[in-house]
Write a protein that binds this ligand. Structure first.
Ligand SMILES: *Cc1c(COP(=O)(O)O)cnc(C)c1O
Length: 430
């Protein structure tokens, strides 16, 4: 298997950064999410560098939903990232990490009145998803005696080669305003007193392994920008969203590099803005690409069973990593304490949840396994812990952050008391 450079094997053990995963599992317990901060920094610099090489006015907004740990926000904030935020919680985390309100974009197709009021109060730009929302935002800003800068989210009606649940730019998606209605939306915004249209926003989907759809997206946005210029909108940014995929099938996937991504989108963007005679900032919103490969989920084998096939029953399931169950996603698994033993038997790696679909990895060739062995699930940094639950009343596990030789908890494991703490005894059961 082709491992990313921060994962290595020494003396039969899988290592992440400068740490032996077997030691980490012993020290912090399992299941355990382990994230290499250096990898995130490196990923950020590579992606932002690839874009900045073409055009200086680039802003990278971390897609906050991919991983909501404050330590991750701080790592990215220290690199100069802003954030694409979808909720009051994500706003709070981004601000707590030191990001400025001016480096955030409040996204989402179903914002509450409280969300809009928060954006107004903090001075956060809003990606508006409907004319209805526009009017509500205008009223909220008016009530506060201020003006909010906005973009509209454009639905570009682009087919992208990814899982249907994460293709967001389809004509049929719930996100954005169809191209045919977008000019009217901007006209209405221009006429309102407390919103100021300054940008265009788009996001076509996630885990896209081909750069062509991104180039097509930028063409669509340049066409919109041309029309906006005609009606008098001064664009200060064009936000092309996130979605760059990573090679989860480490044997076979060919994922575009950031340089290839930049080669595909930047010439289209630069030609377009030159023709229009404008110099807006280009914003991108990567989530998965920044943090996906930075993290492994360590899980211990509880038992091995051979029935119609052989199961390795481990202590993490879709309560902690739902992607395989929800999106049929593939994650590589490594026998972390036997990492250089030959793969001799086919296993399905299955979790402790009371559901048939609780399979982390199906039919994988692995070394001979026994109870107590340690499995590492790779590329678990994005939409991993962030989508975890307490299903089956299982407390969520801890998360550890590594930086060089340092290793520390960035989230303690939950306890049984944490499960019951928010529960309230109803009066008639007292
Ligand atoms: C989820 C999302 C992203 C990030 O997607 P990735 O595939 O993780 O890069 C960016 N922008 C918006 C609006 C999103 O919803």
């Amino acid at each position: 298997m082709i491992l990313p450079s921060h994962l290595t094997v020494r003396d039969g053990h899988l290592r992440i950064g400068e740490h032996d995963t077997v030691d980490l599992a012993e020290r912090f317990g399992t299941p355990l999410y382990v994230t290499d901060e250096m990898r995130i920094r490196g990923n950020f610099q590579r992606l932002s560098g690839a874009l900045t090489a073409h055009y200086p006015k680039i802003r990278v907004l971390y897609a906050a939903k991919a991983n909501g740990n404050l330590a991750i926000f701080k790592t990215l904030a220290s690199q100069g990232a802003g954030a694409d935020v979808f909720s009051a919680g994500e706003v709070a985390l981004a601000l707590a990490a030191g990001m400025l309100p001016s480096s955030l974009l409040f996204n989402g197709s179903s914002k509450t009145p409280a969300d809009l009021a928060l954006a107004v109060e903090k001075g956060i730009r809003v990606s508006v998803d409907s004319p209805d929302e526009l009017r509500q935002l205008d009223r909220a800003a008016g009530a506060a005696g201020t003006t909010v800068e906005i973009a509209f989210r454009v639905n570009p009606a682009i087919e992208v080669p990814t899982h249907p649940k994460i293709a967001t730019g389809l004509a049929t998606s719930k996100f954005g305003i169809p191209a045919g209605q977008i000019l009217d939306a901007y006209r209405e915004a221009l006429a309102l007193e407390h919103v100021k249209p300054v940008g265009i926003h788009c996001h076509i989907g996630s885990q896209i392994l081909d750069v062509e759809p991104f180039a097509h997206e930028v063409e669509v946005l340049i066409d919109v920008a041309r029309d906006l210029l005609d009606i008098g909108v001064n664009l200060s940014f064009i936000d092309i969203g996130g979605g760059l995929g990573i090679p989860y099938h480490r044997e076979t996937d060919r994922a575009p590099t950031p340089e290839e991504y930049a080669e595909a989108v930047m010439p289209v963007f630069l030609r377009g803005i030159k023709e229009l005679g404008i110099e807006p900032e280009l914003w991108v919103e990567p989530g998965r690409w920044l943090i996906g490969d930075s993290t492994v989920l360590l899980t211990r084998v509880n038992s091995v069973k051979t029935a119609h096939k052989t199961f390795a029953n481990v202590d993490a399931g879709f309560n902690l990593l739902v992607r395989p169950t929800m999106y049929d996603s593939y994650h590589e698994v490594v026998a972390a304490n036997r990492a250089d033993a030959p793969a001799v038997r086919e296993y399905s790696v299955t979790g402790p949840i009371c559901e048939t679909g609780d399979i982390l990895a199906k039919d994988r060739m692995l070394p001979e396994l026994e109870a107590g062995d340690l499995i590492a699930v790779l590329d678990a940094g994005a939409y991993g812990f962030a989508m975890s639950s307490q299903y089956n009343s299982r407390p969520r596990c801890a998360e550890v952050l590594l930086a060089g030789e340092k290793a520390a908890l960035m989230r303690r494991a939950e306890t049984i008391d944490d499960l019951t703490a928010p529960m309230v005894t109803v009066p008639w059961q007292e």
